[in-house]
Design a protein around this ligand. Structure first.
Ligand code: HSE
Length: 412
């Protein structure tokens, strides 16, 4: 059975490597014919590459070749990945992708196209790199009503926060270190501003709750504004700050979904997830909590997840795996301001005792936190739980207080 890879970057070249290295064991597992890499689509030249003879620049070569039954898309981005993938599915080829942007924006449509043409569209590597998460949610946890999902879904930001928490580095220094180590891109926007985690939680929410969620519907905050002072107050509270992507089902048929820095208690399973590791906590009605943990990025972990999907496609040739979710619905994702949370508030005032007394009056009661080395006039407290809208309105009424940060505290 012939395979084509579109995009020979880190993941695409890793896929070629795993296909070659694991050729024999893959042949045993795919139970039918051997898998053979026939084409690699890329506009660049790789003259010294072991696969040098397989490169093509024209997508139509792959599309028109009926012997290519499985296509791997590792180009990234939305265009032309979307057009190429759709054309492959419509031509009766199964497609495997690691492209979270593609799945988050077009997953419902591409799954429907796969079903209509009796082929498969698989994307295990789009979330959590090498951590198996898509297949366990769609198959193994099928006997559960899944209520909630919360994850550390971005390795770069988790590395930066870990350096801030454990080594006392500030955000800029930790980011520069992440770039030096090759974790963060030169333009780290998608990671540090939360967009990468947002795409991943959209995919997980669609899978868990059955309806497509577009990234633009999910309130997303990154970690650029997190300071070492926030880290210290989180420690005084008994926890750590993580970039969490969360989605939960509500009784009224809506869901909540948000990506933001969040405080988790040290006792939480998510608190001990450090460096570039990812973890995904899934809460089911029958099962309770289950946590998936591992390397969420990297060439070979991600490539191994892609190749596992290729093997699954090969084993299910001519059979659609019936993985589907509905198209997006309006008013399905609840306004994040109507969701309940508590806040760790860091603020400053010329009269801290008066400001804290005012906070007690406005919020009912607050938990005051202290840290060594706080600047004069700086203070911090944790509010009771309420809707975010109500908490923000109350914060706005505090007299003579400048709010420096408000970080959500969550109960995982
Ligand atoms: N940039 C991503 C991360 C890679 O840091 O997690 C995997 O999607």
């Amino acid at each position: 059975m012939n395979v084509a890879v579109m995009g020979y970057g880190i993941v695409g070249s890793g896929v070629a490597e795993v296909l070659a290295k694991e050729h024999d064991s893959i042949a045993k597992r795919s139970l039918q014919e051997e898998l053979s890499l026939k084409y690699i689509l890329d506009i660049r030249d790789f003259p010294d590459d072991p696969n040098a003879g397989k490169f093509v620049r024209d997508f139509d070569v792959i599309l028109q070749d009926e012997s290519v039954q499985i296509v791997v898309e590792t180009m990234g981005g939305l265009h032309p990945a979307y057009e190429y993938v759709l054309a492959c599915l419509q031509a009766g080829k199964s497609v495997v992708t690691s492209n979270k942007e593609l799945v988050a924006e077009k997953g419902d449509e591409l799954l429907a196209a796969a079903k209509a043409h009796g082929v498969n569209f698989m994307f295990e590597a789009s979330v959590g790199g090498g951590i198996p998460i898509i297949r366990p949610i769609s198959q193994c946890l099928a006997a559960n009503e899944l209520d909630e999902i919360a994850g550390i879904l971005n390795g770069t930001t988790n590395y930066i926060l870990t350096q801030m928490i454990q080594e006392g580095l500030d955000f800029d220094t930790a980011l520069a270190q992440a770039q030096e180590l090759g974790y963060a891109e030169k333009d780290p926007t998608a990671d540090v501003d939360g967009h990468d985690a947002c795409r991943k939680i959209c995919i997980l929410a669609a899978l868990c709750f059955g309806t497509h969620v577009y990234p633009k519907e999910v309130h997303t905050e990154g970690i650029r504004a997190i300071t070492l002072a926030d880290v210290d107050y989180a420690r005084a509270w008994g926890g750590v700050i993580k970039l969490l992507a969360r989605a939960a089902r509500s009784d009224d048929g809506q869901i909540t979904a948000i990506v933001s820095p969040a405080l988790v208690k040290n006792s939480s399973q998510l608190a001990g997830v450090n460096d570039v590791f990812n973890a995904i906590l899934v809460r089911g009605d029958a099962l309770g909590d289950v946590v998936f943990y591992g390397r969420g990025a990297g060439k070979l972990p991600t490539a191994s997840a892609v190749v596992a999907d290729v093997v699954d496609c090969a084993r299910n040739q001519g059979k659609n795996r019936m993985l589907l979710w509905d198209g997006a619905k309006s008013a399905y994702v609840r306004d994040y301001l109507d969701c309940e949370t508590a806040f760790l508030v860091r603020a400053e005032s010329a009269d801290v005792p008066a400001a804290l007394a005012d906070a007690e009056r406005v919020f009912g009661s607050v938990q005051v936190l202290t840290r060594e080395g706080a600047a004069a006039g700086e203070f911090a407290f944790v509010t009771p739980t309420d809707t975010e809208r109500a908490l923000r309105a109350k914060l706005g009424t505090l007299l003579g207080v400048r709010v420096l940060s408000a970080i959500r505290a969550v109960g995982y």
